[in-house]
Design a protein around this ligand. Structure first.
Ligand code: SF4
Ligand code: SF4
Length: 355
């Protein structure tokens, strides 16, 4: 349906592919959909080993098989991506094939930006530092604010040790220590502790006093940064439904029907939205990035952890086919016209950053 020129347009632009190699996580952050597994389900809270109870209790928590991963990296190269991430949800270093997957990347031009909670860095750090495929590591150190203090301090120490080693072994590696909990009062003690530990480890004063939407990144030393942000809110159709109910609006109209059908393709929106509410907004999804979930579902962005905007499946189609499908093109065209055409996007706080 779409000629080569249409595909070529994407080839020039789509730089990043999020590959969720697992949606399993060993932490249980209250602000994360991945953290809903009960704490009691882990044998050894915070450690990388997972007992059978964890895996049973965790709803459809799985590891991406090698064959599917190969398709993902082949697809990423087909669309001209240069960078992959190993997550949407989950802790990628828990994947039994994590090191093997990093090595696979070394045989391609793709570079990895790894986002990790850092809980396994003592074990996986040497391989990460040794791999030229790893371009950047983001540590979600805000996750530690909810852990028992002793565990939190141990994880942080391991992360800081990794940073110190990287200065010597991999000065080209970018590292972000993420503190995405600005304004969360319950995290302020932990945040002060982190700043103190950074000061002591690197002998530098980091004073992230001027945090604002345009100033979130503060250099610590070399390529190591403290990255601050406000707590992340996941888009949710449930929230959208609640809001409409709370507003007392009728959900018997066609537009409401679309919300109920949002797990399917949104091509129906195209006709039925006419005369209905159109939410203004834009987003870089399907322009600069696309995401692939652990089971091969391709979704528009890294926020769609439950596949609300499923555009296809990498196990059955190629990535260029999927990102050029009528649904994908329709949603992307909406972004260029400042229209959030998919109901899921209309619940998204993240896209409000792009005015
Ligand atoms: S560590 Fe990350 S993936 Fe795991 S529960 Fe916390 S925010 Fe979610
Ligand atoms: S608007 Fe939000 S939910 Fe929609 S594609 Fe963009 S980031 Fe994802």
């Amino acid at each position: 349906m779409y000629g080569f020129s249409q595909c070529e347009k994407y080839l020039k632009k789509m730089n990043n592919v999020y590959i969720e190699i697992t949606n399993v996580c060993n932490l249980h952050c209250s602000f994360c959909p991945c953290g809903k597994t009960p704490l009691s389900a882990t044998k050894n809270e915070g450690e990388h080993t997972l007992d059978s109870a964890t895996l049973q209790n965790a709803e459809a928590r799985t590891f991406m098989p090698s064959e599917l991963f190969e398709k993902c990296i082949a697809g990423a190269q087909e669309i001209g991506a240069t960078n992959v991430y190993f997550h949407v949800l989950g802790e990628p270093t828990l994947h039994p094939g994590f090191v093997h997957y990093v090595k696979k990347l070394e045989q391609t031009p793709l570079k990895l930006t790894l986002t990790t909670n850092g809980s396994t860095i003592e074990r996986t750090g040497p391989q990460i530092l040794a791999s030229p495929a790893v371009r950047q590591v983001n540590f979600s150190t805000h996750a530690y604010a909810e852990l028992p203090r002793e565990t939190a301090e141990r994880y942080l120490q391991n992360v800081l040790d990794f940073c110190s080693l990287s200065i010597v072994q991999r000065p080209d590696l970018y590292i972000n220590l993420r503190l995405w909990n600005v304004g969360a009062e319950e995290a302020s003690l932990w945040n002060s502790y982190i700043l103190g530990r950074i000061r002591k480890t690197f002998n530098v004063e980091v004073t992230p006093g001027h945090f604002c939407s345009r100033h979130k990144s503060f250099n610590i030393t070399g390529r190591i940064y403290l990255h601050e942000d406000t707590r992340f809110e996941w888009p949710s159709l449930e929230d959208r439904r609640k809001t409409k109910d709370e507003r007392g609006e009728s959900r018997t109209d066609k537009h409401a029907y679309l919300y109920d059908r949002a797990e399917q393709s949104c091509t129906e929106c195209k006709d039925e939205r006419i005369g209905k509410e159109i939410v203004a907004g834009t987003c870089r999804a399907l322009d600069t990035h696309v995401a692939i979930l652990h089971d091969g579902r391709v979704v528009a962005c890294c926020l769609d952890h439950s596949g609300q905007i499923t555009l296809g499946n990498i196990s059955k189609q190629t990535l260029p086919e999927i990102i050029n499908s009528p649904e994908a093109v329709y949603i992307k065209e909406g972004f260029t016209q400042h229209e959030l055409r998919h109901p899921f996007c209309q619940t998204c706080h993240f896209c409000k950053r792009f005015k």
